[in-house]
Design a protein around this ligand. Structure first.
Ligand code: LLP
Length: 862
């Protein structure tokens, strides 16, 4: 027996992939490409889309009177596709159509379909589709041969399995098989065969269960020792979370077999979980790719562990899990309690998935996929189990799993993720022994929100860039106009920027058109009646003038900022200023009230200690909604760990204070953090503020804060402003009585700013290359402070191939003075202009004279 690599690749195409001319053209080009690369091609494909469902209907409702009509439907699907492919299907499939008719006639006569007939009927879908596919390939490539998979996928008898599963979800061996390898070699170099079907020891047709085509392809790959297994589907790979629920889901570039198995088993429907083991056994790499977009590289699954560290790679959800909670005080004193209890599960054929134990309680979850019959036996089961303990069945819960590698070693880093659970009841927590999976069971209705939060906190903010590719939205070109598209204005203005840099070492440059474009995105949020610019993000005079012209108010965090506004715009309406100090001295509150601006109290201390300042006046109150958000721990401004806002448990005391001093609460305010990408976040805050407003009475304005995230680099997703808009519209419809305000900083100015600086020196330390530039953390501290990753390019050599990995560093006497780590860069030289993108927010304002190096000066393009 020889198992050396055979020169074969196995390509599997699913139903959608083989149902249109356009896709078939793509398939032909993939096959052609593999041939050019020197491979022989084994193409495994499914039935045309929709056909298996119709055939399944016939099996499930054999007594319906329109069965023959269903047969006609199936035939028509093939004829229609044949027409577009230029193939005479009626002729090609004449025998199959006849056979199909006979089988269904038989079912009609008898009024039922046994398992054997069931398998034969379903197999027809694959047999017909592959004949059509072969004919097309022969026409286009001249070298395709059709093989009947039943001659090679021989299934085995498993102990303790029913007749049904032997026939309907059959299993084959995963060993290398010389006969199959020889047969294919003889028939090659391009063969087409069926997914999903096989035959048993009596040579009778069997099928491999739902999703069986992936499994067939993996069997073929194993049996012929393929070099690679390619699963072509209608999504561009495996993602960090279900992309239909979370469009910022990131493509997973590479997975180990173990990781892929875990992700596939936990509910991602891209790849059948049973298809991984055969490939793994023979170390055959699996490539998951998208038929409609063959240019994308997809997800590669192989034995190679990626060099990056322990990491959460994906979040999976299994919905409608059922929990059984067993409570017994004496449980641990009783020998054999668990054995007795689990015996009841066994007796009722219930398969247990997760287990969690405490002093007096054992809770287990049942995976509904394996326990279809639970509802039928429920009462009997519960009664039986009650002999040993108090029993509660908890339904409508879902399991949310963090999947990755060595999760145990990074649990402490998941702190931010756990915050997301603070508000939700967690019924069960389980950490898999293989350390690849950490699962929580929570109420199903909480799941969407929780998953979005977890994804934002654990995956989008992960510094790891190697494992994660682009987002689903980017790959599917779904970025709508209303999204922050991070468009690189500086590419268009490159010449102008390079000229400006001629006599300068470093400069911050802001583009007014871009500021205006982002301002419009905020002004287009229908439900928001007033936008304030959080001037802490960038207090450049021209930028402030732009916002003034555009009708924005100003959110000021210090009396210095308030004074700057009045200095620039002496007649400015003070009511358009929101002053939001935090732990500021008494004098600033006095000054704020004196100037007539809206003063926000974010602590009850000023009311307790300095009530005179506020007596008989109007104020805003900053409420801590109890949770924070944002791109980094340092910028979260909600929850008990944060110093901001009045906690909700102090509201009764607050009510007394405002009543005693006759204070009017004009508005409520909350700001939970900065760099938030969850579009629902502002609505969530609005709901909490509304609850507080109901409690206080008489509140007109809800200020939902800033925090709108942006794309800081090419791998991140932007904030989906359309969804922000929709969610706030929902709130506004339900609560039209409020004026809604927002106060973004970053979103309005970040993308409009670039930091330019010239290359000073180059250095190579073995593998590590350093590109030094004139300014560093003294101008831009975000990478050092938050590990922020900003796009960096060599503007002078924008079109040169980026073929080196470098660190871009400044001249400051700190090892942390790195603006970019591990960046793909062109070969650079002294004097080149390097551009750090999206630095218009929290750039210049956070700069310093550290090392007595003056930070970059600002320049505004109008
Ligand atoms: N409103 C209040 C009360 C704030 O504290 C902040 C920011 C904003 C609005 C504006 O947040 P934005 O829309 O810009 O996210 N230096 C950090 C950001 C600190 C944000 C402080 N507060 C960074 O560079 O990421």
């Amino acid at each position: 027996m020889s198992e050396e690599r055979s020169g074969w690749v196995v390509l599997k195409f699913g139903g959608t992939s083989v149902s249109t001319l356009e896709n078939w053209q793509k398939i032909v080009s993939v096959v052609r490409k593999r041939r050019e690369e020197g491979f022989k091609v084994c193409l495994v494909h499914s039935a045309l889309s929709g056909v298996s469902n119709i055939l399944q209907d016939i099996v499930e409702q054999p007594d319906e009177n329109d069965l023959m009509q269903k047969v006609e439907q199936v035939k028509q699907k093939h004829i229609d596709l044949g027409k577009t492919l230029g193939i005479d299907t009626v002729d090609l499939l004449a025998n199959d159509f006849e056979e199909l008719g006979h089988i269904v006639k038989g079912i009609e006569l008898i009024g039922e379909a046994g398992y054997r007939v069931h398998a034969r009927l379903l197999a027809m879908g694959e047999l017909m589709a592959t004949k059509l596919g072969t004919a097309y390939l022969q026409k286009e490539l001249d070298e395709a041969l059709w093989l009947d998979a039943r001659n090679y996928i021989k299934t085995i008898i498993r102990k303790n399995t029913t007749e049904r599963s032997q026939i309907i979800s059959a299993v084959s061996t995963t060993d290398y098989d010389q006969n199959t390898a020889d047969a294919l070699d003889k028939a090659g170099p391009v063969i087409v065969t069926q997914g999903f079907i096989g035959s048993d020891s009596e040579d009778k047709t069997v099928v491999l269960g739902r999703g069986g085509s992936d499994v067939s392809a993996a069997y073929f790959a194993a049996k012929i020792g393929a070099e690679r297994l390619e699963i072509w589907t209608d999504v561009p790979g495996m993602f960090s979370v279900n992309p239909h629920a979370v469009p910022s889901a990131r493509l997973l570039n590479h997975l180990s077999y173990e990781e892929a198995q875990e992700i596939a088993t936990n509910g991602a429907h891209v790849l059948h979980p049973r298809s991984i083991m055969p490939a793994r056994k023979h170390q055959i790499p699996i490539h998951v790719r998208c038929t409609q977009k063959p240019e994308l590289s997809g997800t590669v699954i192989s034995a190679e562990a990626s060099e990056d560290e322990a990491l959460v790679k994906a979040i999976a959800v299994r919905s409608d899990v059922i929990l059984v909670s067993m409570e017994s005080l004496g449980m641990w004193q009783e020998v054999g309690f668990l054995a007795d209890a689990f015996d009841v599960f066994k007796h009722f054929g219930l398969s247990i998935d997760l287990v969690s134990t405490s002093q007096s309680n054992v809770t287990v979850s049942l995976d509904p996929g394996l326990n279809d019959h639970f509802q039928d036996i429920r009462d009997e089961f519960v009664e039986d189990l009650r002999r040993y303990c108090a029993v509660e069945v908890i339904e409508d819960v879902s399991a949310v799993s963090l999947l990755g590698r060595r999760i145990r070693t990074i649990l402490h880093q998941l702190g931010s993720a756990f915050e997301a659970f603070q508000e939700h009841q967690v019924y069960l927590v389980s950490q898999a022994a293989n350390d690849l999976n950490f699962t929580f069971v929570v109420e199903s209705e909480q799941v969407d929100r929780l998953v979005r939060k977890l994804h934002e906190q654990v995956i989008l903010q992960s510094g790891n860039q190697k494992s994660f590719g682009p987002t689903w939205s980017q790959l599917m070109n779904e970025e709508s106009e209303s999204k922050d598209d991070g468009e690189a204005w500086w590419k268009d203005k490159r010449g102008e920027l390079l000229t400006l840099m001629e006599g300068n070492g470093s400069m911050y440059i802001y583009d007014t058109d871009t500021v205006k474009r982002y301002a419009e995105l905020i002004q287009n949020i229908d439900a928001v009646s007033f936008g304030l610019y959080a001037m802490k993000a960038n207090a450049n005079t021209d930028i402030l003038k732009t916002f003034h012209e555009l009708g924005f108010g100003f959110e000021c965090v210090s009396i210095g900022e308030v004074e700057k506004v009045f200095e620039l715009f002496p007649d400015f309406d003070p009511q358009k200023i929101l002053f939001t100090p935090n732990f500021a001295p008494k004098s600033e509150y006095e000054k704020g009230m004196e100037l007539g601006v809206n003063v926000t109290l974010d602590n009850i201390y000023p009311l307790q200690k300095w009530p005179k300042i506020f007596k008989d006046k109007e104020v805003f109150l900053r409420i801590d909604p109890g949770h924070g958000g944002g791109h980094h721990e340092h910028v979260k401004t909600g929850g008990v760990q944060s110093k901001f806002g009045i906690p909700r448990f102090e509201i009764p005391e607050l009510k007394e204070l405002i009543a005693t001093h006759n204070i009017q609460v004009k508005g409520l305010h909350a700001h939970i953090g900065s760099g938030i990408k969850d579009p629902q976040s502002w609505k969530d805050v609005a709901v909490i503020l509304h609850n507080v407003a109901e409690d206080l009475g008489g509140v007109d304005i809800l200020d939902l804060g800033g925090g709108f995230g942006i794309r800081e680099n090419e791998t991140q997703a932007g904030l989906d402003m359309k969804s922000v808009n929709e969610s706030l519209n929902q709130f506004k419809e339900a609560h039209p009585q409020y004026d809604l305000w927002v106060e973004p900083g970053r979103f309005l100015v970040a993308t409009a700013g670039v930091l330019l600086s010239k290359v000073t020196q180059l250095k190579g330390k073995g593998e590590m290359q350093y590109v030094g530039i004139e300014t560093g953390m003294n101008s831009f501290i975000r990478p050092a402070l938050y590990g922020a990753r900003h796009t960096i390019v060599n503007l002078s050599k924008l079109d040169h191939p980026a073929n080196q990995t470098v660190n871009i560093v400044g001249p400051i006497c700190e090892s942390g003075d790195k603006l970019g780590i591990d960046r793909l860069f062109p070969s650079s030289e002294e004097g080149d202009v390097i551009l750090v993108a999206n630095t218009g927010a929290y750039g210049k304002v956070m700069s310093s004279n550290y090392n007595l190096r003056a930070p970059a000066e600002e320049y505004v393009l109008n």
